[in-house]
Design a protein around this ligand. Sequence first.
Ligand SMILES: [Zn+2]
Length: 96
Amino acid sequence: MRPYGIDAVADYVSHEIDTTSVESWRTWYKSPIWKAIKRHRLIQEPNCRLCAQEGRTVIATHVAHIEPHRGKWSLFASYENTQSLCARHHKWQRRH
Ligand SMILES: [Zn+2]
């Protein structure tokens, strides 16, 4: 199957990277750096960012990356690339 557009190619490539490197970066979420990022983010930004954009105040329970890191450590470990999310938005984001 040939992807027909640039977006389709990008999706195809990123999907391939995701599936091949998932084992190696899964452990990153157990690293002290990630735990520190998560703790600081939830203190600095206690409410879900996406709920706030919809005009609602919901306590955040998850920290997620804004730009998917796709196995790239510099994106994964970037505090500025993280956001606080509620459980609903965290689930929603993972599907995209
Ligand atoms: Zn939310």
